[in-house]
Design a binder for this molecule. Structure first.
Ligand code: RNT
Ligand code: ZN
Length: 413
């Protein structure tokens, strides 16, 4: 009997069907962020990152242009199991002759056609999109949709409207929804004199951006507690967006780096599932602050995955990754993070949920604790290896990243 067959029998003793788990895992899409490949710089002019977010490190090989980023994505994606979507930012527009002529308030689907062609070519499940409210001279005093300067605010409203049309184009072309996520860095470094007016302006801006429904576009808003240099106040706070989303029937996007250190997204998922049809995630790993470290198979990630799986919220929780590490090989960062998410989902799929819920309802908490502890030492690795085998991938993928680094990345200047 091989290791998988033996592990399958062990899980069966707990009533867990490993075949079902493997099939399901291969069907759960994960949206992978394009911005890990180039340290969130984009192609539309910005040379550095602002907006309270930061990449640290200067590992060689950052993608400098569309061709390089495409090549890196293709290589990294080829080492990732499962169903993949690609998450783009507006700053990754391919402007061609429009460079220097067309600004972010007027980007059009044609500026993303090359991305659609690429997504189709490599067989992606869909494309997701984000307006880019950072790294741009029109951010005035660090503000966009909440700016008191009407010209500035209107520019960024127009950007949001333009981006939703691009998301609609993605949905139509890819025959799959497109998640359109609005995150803005707007906030203040020090104690504000007025906390309400910026929020009222943001509310008005969002009303204008989301004025009409667009079929296939899943609109979302992403809150945050603070950013670097914006420590005292964030306009788009958690309460603000939760209420906005629920009143306007749009979706909340939860980034697990965006809360106070002891708050957990795993507990927020079921709270929101009680009220909204869909929620979206930016899965990241925050160390001491919203540091966007590479996602690893840690306890909170496993809890997040459990909340998706045991509530069968596969179509309701849209999983996306959001981290950027410039201190290690960027393709390795991509692959390790995506595989960690998949591992967390698999580990959740291998839990005897019904039995565990039953123990909770019958208040048999000692037994619940015992079973949960037993589950931790079951031969998870054998099931994971079987999954990789079925996906035509191997456990030892790192040498192929090293080859790519030697032959391609190290030549970039
Ligand atoms: C910033 C947010 C936001 C960005 C990306 C690039 O704190 O998490 O989602 O990371 O849009
Ligand atoms: Zn995020």
């Amino acid at each position: 009997m091989n290791r998988y067959e033996s592990a399958k029998e062990i899980y069966a003793q707990y009533g867990v069907d490993t075949e079902k788990a493997l099939k399901r895992l291969a069907e759960i899409p994960i949206s992978i962020h394009c911005w890990q490949g180039d340290d969130v710089i984009g192609f539309d002019g910005s040379q550095s990152l602002d907006g309270g977010i930061q990449t640290t490190g200067n590992y060689p090989g950052r993608a400098r242009n569309f061709d390089q980023l495409k090549a890196d994505i293709q290589k990294a994606f080829s080492l990732m199991p499962g169903k993949k979507r690609l998450n783009l930012h507006a700053s990754y527009a391919i402007l061609g002759d429009d460079k220097g002529k067309v600004d972010r308030d007027a980007y059009e689907p044609k500026h993303f056609k090359a991305w659609v062609d690429f997504a189709k070519e490599i067989g992606l499940n869909g494309l997701d999109f984000n307006p880019t409210y950072f790294g741009h001279p029109k951010m005035k005093d660090g503000l966009s949709l909440s700016s008191p300067d009407e010209e500035t605010r209107q520019f960024w409203i127009n950007h949001g409207i333009a981006c939703r049309k691009i998301a609609k184009y993605f949905a139509d072309e890819m025959h799959s929804y497109s998640l359109l996520n609005v995150w803005i860095p707007d906030g203040y470094k020090d104690i504000p004199a007025d906390r309400l007016s910026p929020r009222l302006r943001l509310k008005d801006s969002l009303d204008k951006i989301f004025a009409h429904r667009l079929d296939g576009v899943v609109d979302a808003v992403e809150s945050k507690v603070f950013g670097i240099g914006l420590e005292s106040y964030t306009v788009g706070s958690n309460e603000f967006y939760q209420i906005y989303a629920s009143k306007n029937n749009i979706c909340c996007l939860l980034d697990n780096g965006h809360y106070h250190p002891t708050e957990v997204v795993s507990d927020k998922i079921p709270s929101l599932l009680a009220f909204s049809d869909k929620i979206a995630l930016h899965v990241t790993r925050a160390i001491r602050w919203d540091s966007d470290h590479v996602v690893l198979l840690e306890d909170e990630l496993k809890e997040i995955a459990k909340e998706i799986v045991r509530n069968e919220a596969y179509d309701r929780v849209l999983i996306g990754l959001d981290y950027f590490d410039a201190s290690i090989n960027r393709l390795a960062a991509w692959v390790i993070g995506q595989r960690s998410m998949q591992k967390a989902l698999l580990s959740a799929l291998l839990m005897p949920d019904k039995m565990l819920k039953d123990l909770q309802e019958k208040a048999r908490f000692g037994k619940l604790m015992w079973v949960n502890e037993e589950l931790k030492t079951l031969p998870f690795g054998d099931i994971w290896n079987e999954y990789l085998l079925r996906e035509n991938l191997c456990f030892d993928w790192y040498s192929s990243i090293e080859d790519y680094e030697r032959t391609i990345l190290s030549k970039r200047v």
